[in-house]
Design a protein around this ligand. Structure first.
Ligand code: CMC
Length: 525
């Protein structure tokens, strides 16, 4: 059986055969389907790209129906159990797990890029007093491009890798600095003797000049959360990274776009929103009322649902188990009880069951971060730190893909047909176009006649202008507002006539030849 799709266009009766590759048809093939020579051809309409493959990729695999997530073929459960974030980062970037020596070399390369650029603290001084950390991170990541102009050589492998290692290495530092700066605490520089997650905890909670020993369970839990968040194929922020990168923007500016996309509550901001939601619910007894509101369309159950997963998010399962280990050290987060009961009720409710809404990665991650004493609005930042590896792997794959072109989707235009411009002032407050006569009143065009005679005309329209609520200042205010005396008027008339004659004469006479000009004027009279 041929892997093709046969389409009959009922507008023309013509039949087309399109090849099917990897379960997809090429949207470009639809362009052949036309009603005539001047028809652009059929295009596919897919708001939010719900059913459009943007690219081919060899990085991350998700089977949403069966709750499967794999990085480069390795199941997330195995990586979570046995790997570390930097090993996973290497895997995402290079396609294979690193042998021990290569992992050590990669770790050294990332560690060598932990320091923030000189002068970065001054940049932090420029933000508002208590800035939202994701805003600071977006701006800081973009600002890195100013310190690394060579990163614009995106097709030079060495320059590209240097920028990638910089981003992976320095982002935890930028994040920790943003948090400490806004809470008025002295910055703690990176400690090369600590692991990637341990160093982040030290920069967040340590004291300058004093050694910091990260709690091993918390250090491992953070590393595991980093593994789980490292990549997730074509999500909103990865799409932003690929789309911006496709214009050949440098990796810092492309990554800033990805951080910005991640900040929204429907994406990376959901972990923060879950905590706010749990705090608002406040007690188990309020859950049924909250669920009723969600089902009525008043808000969403944050941390539930996913575009791709139509079963339990495998990351959420792992995080739920990790939460218990963390709470043994930190004490139980009081909101955990509410979260567990919320999940139990939702998973029995037909609204959530029929829509296949299950807990996603963000439902339990925030509870762990909160137990670690990380401020709620920093949670999306903790998502961004490890996702940097995924973004960069996807960015490089996009750049090196010979099929890549600048991202430039089409649209279906449904707006007005051609029409002539009408200045905004020609509309009344309700947006209706004013009749010509009213426009003149608004502009005071009836009140004073422009020109030399300055004669006042239309007493009534002048009054109407003064009374009109939308009146514009008169354009001819310098012109006398009182009627001119006869003698004055004659003087103006005389002057006007002379000007008219001069204008007529000037083109034929050299300006400096004043005597000749006067002679001409006299003879003209
Ligand atoms: N609570 C209540 N109803 C929901 C929810 C939810 N969390 N999610 C989806 N629905 C309903 C939605 O109202 C719609 O119902 P109906 O068919 O009656 O209109 C139906 O389920 C389908 O929803 P959708 O909005 O078409 O689904 P989507 O694929 O566009 O949205 C989502 C996916 C993740 C944005 C959405 O499920 C959501 O808003 N969840 C809450 C936010 C959240 O937890 N985001 C984190 C996602 S995982 C981390 C990441 O990768 O970013």
């Amino acid at each position: 059986m041929a892997d093709t799709l046969t389409i009959t266009d009922n507008r023309t009766g013509r039949t087309y055969e399109l090849p099917i590759t990897h379960g997809t048809v090429r949207a470009g093939d639809l362009r052949k389907i036309k009603t005539g020579d001047d028809d652009f051809g059929l295009i596919s309409y897919d708001p939010a790209l719900v059913n459009t493959a943007l690219c081919t990729s060899r990085i991350t695999y998700i089977d949403g129906a069966r709750g499967i997530l794999r990085y480069r073929g390795y199941p997330i459960e195995q990586l979570a159990e046995d790997s570390t974030y930097l090993e996973v980062s290497y895997l995402l970037l290079n396609g294979e797990l690193p042998p021990r020596a290569q992992l050590a070399e990669y770790t050294r390369a990332i560690d060598a890029h932990r320091a923030a650029p000189d002068g970065f603290e001054q940049l932090l001084d420029g933000f508002a007093k208590h800035p939202y950390p994701m805003g600071v991170l977006t701006a800081s990541v973009a600002a890195l491009s100013t310190y690394h102009p060579e990163s614009r050589q995106i097709f030079d492998e060495a320059a590209r890798r240097e920028a990638m290692y910089t981003l992976i290495g320095v982002v935890p530092t930028l994040a920790a600095y943003a948090e400490r700066h806004r809470s008025g605490r002295a910055l703690v520089p990176p400690d090369p003797s600590l692991s990637f997650p341990g160093n982040f905890l030290a920069m967040l909670f340590g004291e300058p000049g004093k050694p910091y020993n990260p709690q091993p369970v918390l250090e491992r839990a953070l590393d595991l959360l980093f593994v789980l968040h490292a990549d997730h194929e074509q999500n909103c922020s990865t799409f932003a990274m690929r789309a911006v990168g496709s214009s050949h923007a440098d990796p810092f500016n492309s990554a800033a776009a990805a951080v910005a996309a991640l900040s929204g509550p429907l994406h990376g901001g959901a972990n923060e929103a879950v905590l706010q939601m749990l705090a608002e619910i406040g007690s188990i007894s309020h859950i049924p009322e909250f669920i009723t509101r969600v089902k009525a369309g008043d808000g969403r159950l944050m941390g539930f649902g996913h575009r791709v997963y139509k079963s339990y998010d495998p990351r959420a399962k792992i995080i739920k188990r990790t939460a218990d280990e963390v709470f043994e050290i930190t004490g139980k987060n009081p909101l955990l009880e509410i979260a567990l009961e919320l999940e139990r009720i939702a998973l029995q409710d037909d609204y959530f069951v029929s829509r296949r809404l299950y807990p996603n990665v963000d439902f339990y991650s925030g509870l762990i971060y909160q137990a670690m004493r990380i401020p709620t609005d920093m949670f999306p930042v903790l998502f961004a730190i490890p996702r940097m590896s995924g973004w960069l792997a996807q960015w490089e794959e996009m750049l090196l893909d010979p099929e890549t072109k600048i991202a430039r989707p089409r649209q279906v235009y449904l707006g007005p047909d051609r029409r002539d411009y009408v200045p905004p002032l020609h509309h009344d407050r309700a947006g209706k176009e004013r009749p010509e006569a009213e426009r003149a009143i608004v502009h005071g065009l009836h009140a004073v006649r422009p020109g030399a005679d300055g004669q006042r005309v239309g007493r009534d329209s002048r009054r109407e202008h003064a009374a009109h609520p939308d009146r514009r200042p008169l354009r001819h205010e310098a012109v006398p507002a009182v009627p001119l005396r006869r003698s004055q008027r004659r003087r103006f008339e005389h002057r006007d006539a002379a000007r008219t004659r001069t204008r007529a004469a000037t083109p034929q006479v050299a300006v400096h030849d004043r005597a000749r000009l006067l002679r001409r004027r006299r003879s003209a009279r």
